[in-house]
Design a protein around this ligand. Structure first.
Ligand SMILES: N[C@@H](CCC(=O)N[C@@H](CS)C(=O)NCC(=O)O)C(=O)O
Length: 211
């Protein structure tokens, strides 16, 4: 398999953690999102993912999967060990709800393409873009802090999809100077995950394209 990603992309980071947890070998193709205007906008990459975003996972059959949550659920279906969703339907829905609060509600407002639109066509300055970023993360994390039950992972003693979404979002929040002292439970889950090699290997600074 070949993962099209970028070291700082939190959506690609989620998929790297899943691949590592399942001990699946994969090749990485870096899609530099900023150099020379961003490789995601090239014709070559548009042929891989017309959405011009990472991650994309090319399978050995030649098919390409997009969207981190769809990719992770595919991996979980094909390689069920260790499972990334609980067996109980209520618990599964709770884990998915937590993951989607990040992937569908926090991240889309804060990713590079949205911030660049604010700063470019809409002519806002960097301070306003940073304020926008922190506003949506804070609103999202306030809810997640109330939902999480560290034990030590977000939903009990096994890592789930919720942890795969939380850890990259916390990494990004710290990068944008969100005060994590306000979120002791989220910080505790993040610290528990950081002790696992699958998470450590997936960290942005440990990727071949890290700068
Ligand atoms: N919902 C998508 C989000 C994908 C996404 O927006 N990726 C960002 C990087 S984290 C991207 O490729 N941005 C391209 C750009 O900013 O131009 C997923 O979960 O895979």
């Amino acid at each position: 398999m070949k993962l099209y990603g970028y070291f700082r992309s939190s959506a690609a980071y989620r998929v790297r953690i899943a691949l590592n947890l399942k001990k699946l070998p994969y090749e990485q193709q870096s899609v530099h999102l900023t150099r020379n205007g961003g490789w995601q906008w090239s014709e070559d990459f548009r042929a891989v993912n017309p959405q011009k975003r990472v991650p994309a996972l090319a399978l050995s059959t030649g098919e390409v999967l997009i969207q981190s949550l769809a990719i992770i659920e595919y991996l979980d279906e094909i390689h069920p060990e260790p499972p990334l969703l609980p067996a109980d339907p209520v618990a599964r829905a709770q884990v998915r709800g937590f993951a989607q609060a990040i992937a569908c509600d926090i991240h889309p407002l804060n990713n590079l393409v949205a911030l660049n639109y604010l700063k470019g066509p809409l002519k806002h300055d960097q301070a306003t873009a940073d304020e926008w970023y922190r506003h949506w993360v804070t609103q999202g994390f306030d809810a997640l802090e109330a939902l999480v039950r560290p034990a030590p992972y977000a939903f009990g003693s096994r890592v789930t999809l919720a942890d795969l979404c939380l850890v990259p979002q916390v990494f990004n929040a710290r990068r944008f100077k969100v005060d994590m002292a306000r979120y002791p439970k989220l910080a505790a889950v993040d610290a528990a995950c950081a002790r696992l090699s699958a998470f450590d290997k997936a960290r942005p600074e440990n990727q071949p394209d890290a700068e």
